[in-house]
Design a protein around this ligand. Structure first.
Ligand SMILES: [Fe+2]
Length: 233
């Protein structure tokens, strides 16, 4: 098991993690709505209590249980808590490409924890060892494309559906591209150590409206370059 109290570094990415199945979080009773889309809604500030709005009441007990389990597992009591729900036709774009969740290196961070549940067709992942070049700089180079190329030949493994699992930032995964357009429910309860100041987050009506001018995908991720070997430069 990873040390979740240690600031993550490139050396943590030398070995990728499988998702870790967790017991103790009950099965969610899905909302009787055709679709519900909630993107990284803040439900608990780092030093505060849960503020769970009506639209997430169906998931409240699972959110609270995940927080209790996470504190137990990591020894970290105070974390931000964000919830993503994609319930309905699958329209999300970039999550069917190989990536890590919470792998940002913009500032020194302990690894975030993501508790995930899907109604069918579990996420795909790859495990293996990755050798990173000395001069690989995750604030300049794209970690995702490098890792996915490094593990091109690794078997694609499939995580179960209908089970809660925890993903570390070192789990290389993607949504099964076969789910494009399919009716499906994806739930993610995240515990990062930093506030997600992202203009795209769904606002929690029980919390003050934040003022964020930042769009991390446009301002940061789209500017990363693919790492090129020196010989090819
Ligand atoms: Fe992901």
């Amino acid at each position: 098991m990873r040390d979740f109290q240690k600031i993550k570094s490139m050396s943590d990415f030398r070995q990728t993690d499988p998702p870790i199945l967790v017991d103790g979080i009950s099965q969610p009773t899905l909302p009787p709505l055709h679709s519900q889309m909630i993107l990284r809604m803040l439900v608990r500030p780092k030093y505060g209590d849960f503020r769970i709005p009506n639209e997430l009441s169906w998931l409240e007990s699972q959110i609270r249980k995940a927080a209790a389990l996470d504190a137990n597992l990591t020894g970290i009591k105070d974390s931000w808590c964000y919830v993503t729900v994609r319930h309905g036709p699958t329209v999300s774009k970039t999550d069917d490409e190989w990536h890590f969740d919470g792998a940002s290196f913009r500032t020194g961070l302990i690894p975030e924890r993501n508790y995930i549940w899907v109604s069918h067709t579990g996420p795909q992942y790859k495990t293996g060892e990755i050798e990173w070049p000395e001069d690989f700089d995750p604030t300049k180079h794209n970690l995702f494309t490098y890792a996915s190329r490094a593990l091109t030949d690794a078997d694609i493994q499939t995580a179960p559906s209908g089970r809660w699992m925890m993903m570390t930032p070192f789990c290389l995964h993607r949504r099964d591209p076969a789910t494009n357009g399919a009716y499906r429910t994806f739930i993610r309860i995240s515990f990062p150590d930093i506030e997600g100041r992202d203009i795209n987050n769904t606002h929690n009506p029980l919390l003050p409206t934040p003022f964020f001018g930042r769009d991390p995908v446009k301002n940061f991720r789209n500017h990363l370059e693919d790492y090129q070997c020196k010989e090819r430069r």
